[in-house]
Design a binder for this molecule. Structure first.
Ligand SMILES: [Zn+2]
Length: 111
């Protein structure tokens, strides 16, 4: 039970980290997502991470602000640290929402 919780937290941490990286414009490899969630969940998680990441940054002519609390301006590294330190829970929640939405979409398409 405790092991399961620790594992879930580790996966969440990895996903949060990957989402924040995409938000600041770092390309991530599918392998990184697959390691965290497995092959089966890769397509839905890839979509969820990218959709969530897009909303984490406000980029006005290269001036970066936080898409959640509007703080800034930040450097790319500064925004990454802000997101992963201040908004861990928000990011996890947003990715989860996008993930569920994607999964429902796929299910509804099936006959
Ligand atoms: Zn913020």
């Amino acid at each position: 039970m405790e092991w399961g919780t620790a594992l879930k937290t580790a996966i969440n941490n990895k996903i949060i980290e990957l989402t924040a990286k995409i938000a600041i414009g770092i390309e991530i490899d599918d392998v990184d997502i697959r390691i965290a969630v497995g092959s089966l969940r890769l397509p839905a998680m890839r979509s969820a991470i990218h959709r969530a990441a897009r909303k984490l940054v406000i980029d006005r002519e290269g001036i970066l602000r936080c898409g959640i609390c509007n703080k800034g301006p930040f450097t790319r590294k500064g925004l990454y640290l802000h997101l992963t330190r201040v908004h861990r829970y928000d990011i996890a929640k947003r990715v989860e929402e996008e993930y569920v939405e994607f999964s429902n979409l796929i299910e509804n398409k099936s006959p």
